[in-house]
Design a protein around this ligand. Structure first.
Ligand SMILES: *Cc1c(COP(=O)(O)O)cnc(C)c1O
Length: 435
């Protein structure tokens, strides 16, 4: 605990007071206990920035007082017609993109599907999509159905990589080799920036570069990477990417997603896509002409006018990232938090023991994992441990049958909380192994 206090004074939590932290009482665990819970679940749903309530209220007031005129004559903030534009530079800095390369639009799976329509262009023998076995099911369904929409057979087009026997994550060399082996039949490589289950951070730059040698398009699902680790999407020459905003970006349940389209593509307005009026030339959008003139850049991939309440939530939340010094600065503290958690867990008397647990997240290098550590328990019924840690005040994410994911978020979690996490797990496992 001493060490936690020392680390906390060396790497102080930047913006905890800007967030609502759930308590035992607010969570319904113990109505008389107003102590804060240890929330290590920001990889699943980030906590609520307090200022989002005012930001949303401002839009409700605008709607109440001005109705439709809020689109062009907002009483107190950006006109709704351009409400997402001030968010673009903030988002571009989070993902390492040029401003012209990012947009907030739709939601994650919808963006994946929209970008697959534009970027998955099977031709001749080049029809395959390389991705991972054990991918988030939404992504699998998208690849499967996109293949069928092209009149192809998913049995032939879906190429799934899996870790070697007795290993938990993919080796970069194996991914590169799979690309070499299938270079003549691959149309697309589409992988997660950070794998949601294991927490592995893939080498986005190297994999993208390798596939490009053979002219293969490369897309990334950044759900668990955005706001978690520094990204350089422009420099890595990623073709396209998409993400959600409710995990590390703290923008609220089901908040709109984001999309990246590299300028090498987005500058070409002739690129076929899923189209809508919001992607059309801003000056002529309301002329209602039968002439699709997409905006140059990622904004030209927007289809609908955005949900204003969503957009201001994302805006408010991204301002906190900026206030904290940006993702690079946060990452330095994040590594300290996660390292501390790792050291404590590995010192546990249950580590690697029967009915104990191991960490399956790769942690050999600073660039092979983000904030999250995934714990694999030696039990096929994780529910008992899960319920026990929750009752003791640790909110973590359970993945049946045997995994619990812990993710200290550098914006609001503290080293004391990491220590408390360790204590709670020790208590829970002491009880669990006693029967
Ligand atoms: C969280 C997550 C999703 C969720 O998709 P939504 O469209 O936002 O519901 C999809 N894919 C991955 C990899 C995720 O981590």
């Amino acid at each position: 605990m001493n060490e936690a206090t020392q680390l906390e004074s060396k790497f102080p939590v930047p913006l905890r007071d800007k967030f609502h932290i759930p308590t035992f009482a607010s969570m319904g665990i113990d109505p008389h206990n107003n102590d804060e819970l240890t929330y290590l679940c920001g990889n699943s749903l980030g906590l609520m920035p307090r200022e989002i309530r005012q930001a949303i209220n401002r839009e409700l007031d605008a709607w109440a007082s001005r109705g439709v005129e809020g689109h062009f004559n907002h009483p107190s903030a950006t006109d709704w017609v351009d409400v997402d534009l001030p968010v673009v530079p903030l988002l571009a800095s989070v993902v390492g993109a040029k401003e012209s390369e990012v947009a907030i639009m739709n939601s994650l799976t919808t963006n994946l599907n929209a970008l697959l329509v534009a970027f998955y262009r099977p031709r001749g023998k080049k029809v395959q999509i390389l991705f991972e076995k054990g991918s988030f099911p939404s992504d699998y369904y998208a690849f499967h159905e996109q293949s069928r929409l092209q009149g192809l057979n998913p049995q032939e087009t879906l190429l799934q990589l899996e870790p070697r026997p007795n290993e938990h994550h993919l080796r970069t060399e194996d991914i590169l080799k799979a690309i070499d082996d299938h270079r003549d039949t691959l149309a697309l490589v589409c992988l997660p920036g950070i794998q949601y289950y294991t927490g592995q951070w893939l080498n986005i730059g190297e994999i993208t570069k390798h596939a490009h040698r053979y002219g293969i398009t490369v897309g990334w699902d950044l759900a668990h990477a955005v706001g978690n680790v520094p990204l350089q999407l422009h420099d890595w020459e990623v073709d396209f990417a998409c993400w959600c905003s409710y995990k590390y970006l703290n923008s609220g349940p089901g908040a709109m997603g984001g999309a990246f389209v590299h300028e090498a593509h987005s500058a070409h307005t002739s690129m076929p896509r899923l189209a809508g009026w919001w992607g059309n030339n801003r000056q002529r959008r309301f002329a209602m002409l039968e002439n699709f003139e997409p905006i140059e850049g990622a904004l030209g991939f927007r289809q609908s006018n955005p949900s204003v309440i969503d957009v201001v939530s994302i805006h408010t939340s991204l301002q906190l990232f900026q206030m904290a010094g940006g993702v690079e600065t946060l990452r330095a503290r994040s590594l300290q938090l996660t390292n501390f958690l790792q050291r404590l867990l590995q010192s546990s008397k249950f580590y690697g023991k029967p009915r104990g647990f191991v960490i399956i997240t790769p942690t050999h290098h600073t660039n092979d994992h983000g904030a999250q550590l995934s714990l694999l328990f030696d039990t096929t019924d994780i529910d008992e441990i899960s319920q026990s840690i929750r009752a003791k005040g640790l909110i973590a994410d359970e993945r049946r049958p045997s995994v619990i994911r812990l993710a200290p978020a550098p914006l609001y979690n503290t080293f004391q909380e990491v220590y408390r996490t360790f204590e709670i797990l020790e208590e829970a496992l002491t009880e669990f192994t006693a029967h």
